[in-house]
Write a protein that binds this ligand. Structure first.
Ligand SMILES: N[C@@H](CCC(=O)N[C@@H](CS)C(=O)NCC(=O)O)C(=O)O
Length: 200
């Protein structure tokens, strides 16, 4: 059975959603990153980068959330688009966009807005600008289609959802009814319907 190393934060939640959506059996192993448990030698043998999420599938280790989504989707065969070059190109592009853009910029925006010991306008403005710019792209992309890949709910939506949940905390001004990014803010692709997402 899959051993899933978890902390309740955006990147691990993408994987929790996939496992819940597919019903794949897994054992959840909490890693308390606030206590520094990610730095133990035992955990670093699974993820040398010392971050959650990670997993062990028998003797196969996988780390980094979007790599894990791809691994699981290929293995289980659910929530992946039809295997065409066009679909694959679109899926890889958006997954990398989340991994290298949404995730890091949102993470740093949160850090400098909410947790930095001293106010630093330069850092806040830099990461806030990029976080907003990245969410604007998602928002525009979802303006005329329900899901990131068009009409089909896939691992790309799960990857975006991990961060969409915390978007109001990242982009403070998004709070409120007149959210200027309504498509991204309400995360069209998972809203209303996904019982697993509501559970997590
Ligand atoms: N690129 C990694 C980033 C993982 C990451 O930043 N995880 C955070 C939780 S969302 C973490 O473990 N933070 C603890 C730390 O940085 O020590 C992924 O997508 O899995």
């Amino acid at each position: 059975m899959i051993k899933f190393y978890f902390h309740p934060s955006p990147n691990p939640l993408k994987i929790a959603l996939y496992l819940e959506e597919t019903g794949e059996p897994y054992e959840l192993i909490p890693v308390d990153t606030r206590k520094g448990e990610q730095h133990s030698d035992a955990f670093k043998a699974i993820n040398p980068n010392a971050k959650t999420p990670a997993m062990l599938d028998d003797d196969v280790r996988v780390f980094d959330s979007n790599a894990m989504l791809l691994y699981l989707a290929e293995k289980i065969g659910k929530f992946v688009p039809a295997d065409t070059p066009k679909n694959k190109a679109e899926m890889y592009s958006w997954l990398m966009f989340v991994a290298t853009g949404i995730g890091p910029y949102c993470g740093q925006a949160v850090h400098f807005k909410h947790f930095a010991p001293k106010p630093n306008d330069y850092a806040v403005n830099r990461y806030d600008f990029e976080a907003w710019r990245h969410w604007q792209l998602i928002n525009d992309h979802l303006a005329n289609q329900p899901y990131m890949m068009g009409n089909e709910y896939t691992i790309v939506d799960m990857s975006v959802w991990g961060w969409a949940r915390v978007a109001p905390f990242v982009l403070v001004q998004m709070l409120g009814k007149n959210c200027p990014m309504s498509n991204a803010c309400s995360m069209k692709s998972t809203r209303d319907l996904r019982r697993s997402a509501r559970k997590l």
